[in-house]
Design a protein around this ligand. Structure first.
Ligand code: ASP
Ligand code: MG
Length: 436
């Protein structure tokens, strides 16, 4: 059994939903996790915002606008009047619920309930479409088995127990559909796994059921080995280890968030990234295998600021780095790259909202140099230090480009360079040429 997750764009219109169904029906007996139609969760956030500001009129306008969109899609989705009516009645019950919050006092529970409705509607629409076509489809509510523990994290034991029971009670289906993103909290109230959380749902379900594989369907053909906007002729990376995927996660939204794949990683269930627009493309598979000596991908992160603190106090002094890090911690600013010498430390941040108070405090410890408009270039693969030669291949490729920082040895899978934004394209192209 596999778990297939489709994001908002993949179910963004009636036509897209039909394409999804075609893909899903290629194999029977799998579990399908759906996001809300694209734009819906944002609209629901807006509606909740109106209620929070006690602007019922604003909420109503927004709900009605959303309803118009749904009615058009339902029109296009179904062939028979019977199913059009059935699906319309369902979404109208949802819109009635959304309208009803005008007369209750707004709280966190209402917000969570509002946010849950997008996935509830999309799964109902796809289920009805498949039923209309005569398929055996089982819609199971994520609210019946997804659960957060007291710590706010998903309760995997609860999820496994309840999901298994639900599936065992009737496993005779062509497709089993459920909602991504939504869950109950420890007290049983409706909650969610944070924005973009449908991938997390798929990972949790795949891990709970020890699925054969988790497929994440989006509109790109997997992870590319370099940034296609900067470099010509990039190609999808056929395979990444979970560790490599985690290293790349920082570099843009194209790859899954590492916490989302954590359950799959622990359960040893492979995650495959696939493209709804090009379903036959191989995509990228992420699993526990490590391909020895292979360099997999290059990625870049823009708008990085480097801060250098040089201080004779650092020489032989215990606790100097701690003093420096504490400043960043106090201003809730995370550090990405670090390099040290005996008399100084350089580090990078990407959130500069607290830069000026941070610099004011750091000045107490030494001389500060700030370099703005920098870019982290990261190379990912099997870079264990015992593998000789890859560092020279990589640094040779970058010859002629001024390197502000080099960081290696933090993990077995990453070497990073800090360059000027102006040199980014040249660096990425040079690396692609030398490595792939
Ligand atoms: N619908 C939710 C969102 O837009 C969850 C998801 O799509 O993953 O954030
Ligand atoms: Mg998403």
């Amino acid at each position: 059994m596999k778990v297939l997750k489709f994001g908002g764009t993949s179910v963004g219109s009636a036509q897209r939903m039909k394409n999804v169904c075609e893909l899903v029906l290629k194999e029977r007996g799998n579990i399908v996790v759906l996001s809300a139609m694209s734009g819906t969760t944002n609209a629901l956030v807006e509606i909740a915002g109106y209620y929070e500001r006690t602007n019922a009129e604003g909420a109503h306008l927004c709900i009605n606008k959303l309803r118009e969109k749904y009615l058009l899609e339902i029109e296009a989705l179904h062939e028979s009047a019977e199913y059009r009516e059935k699906t319309t009645a369902f979404v109208d019950s949802v819109f009635a619920l959304l309208h009803s919050f005008a007369s209750t006092e707004y709280d966190d529970k209402i917000e969570k309930t509002i946010l849950a409705q997008g996935e509830i509607m999309s799964t109902n629409m796809v289920t009805n479409y498949l039923q209309e076509k005569g398929f055996k489809v089982r819609l199971i509510s994520a609210l019946d088995f997804m659960r957060l523990g007291e710590n706010g994290e998903p309760d995997s034991a609860y999820i496994r127990k309840h999901l298994t029971e639900i599936l065992n009670s009737d496993s005779d289906f062509d497709v089993c559909i459920t909602q991504g993103f939504i869950t109950r909290d420890a007290a049983g109230n409706i909650s969610n796994l944070q924005r973009g959380g449908s991938d997390y749902t798929a990972s949790l379900i795949g891990a709970a059921l020890r699925a054969e594989e988790i497929q994440i369907w989006t509109d790109i053909d997997g992870m590319h080995n370099n940034d296609p906007r900067e470099v010509e002729g990039t190609s999808p990376v056929p395979h990444l280890s979970f560790e490599e995927a985690a290293e790349l996660a920082y570099f843009g939204a194209k790859i899954l968030h590492p916490t989302c794949i954590q359950p799959a990683r622990y359960a040893g269930v492979p995650v495959r990234l696939l493209n709804t627009m090009d379903p036959s493309a191989a995509g990228t598979v992420i699993d526990n295998r490590m391909v020895p000596n292979a360099i997999k991908a290059v990625a870049a992160k823009d708008n990085i600021t480097a801060i250098k603190i040089v201080s004779s106090r650092m020489l032989l002094a215990a606790g100097f780095l701690n003093m420096v890090f504490e400043v960043f911690e106090r201003y809730n600013t995370s550090i990405d790259m670090i390099t040290t010498s005996e008399v100084g430390v350089s580090l990078t941040i990407d959130n500069t909202s607290k830069l000026s108070p941070i610099l004011d405090e750091l000045k107490r410890y030494g001389t500060i140099v700030v370099d703005k408009d920098m870019c982290i270039i990261c190379v990912v693969g099997d870079l264990r230090w015992g593998n000789v030669g890859f560092e020279s291949r990589i640094t040779n490729a970058l010859h002629g480009i001024p390197l502000r920082m080099i960081s290696f040895g933090g993990s077995d899978h990453n070497i990073s360079f800090l360059v000027k934004m102006a040199d980014k394209r040249k660096a990425l192209q040079a690396l692609s040429k030398a490595l792939f």
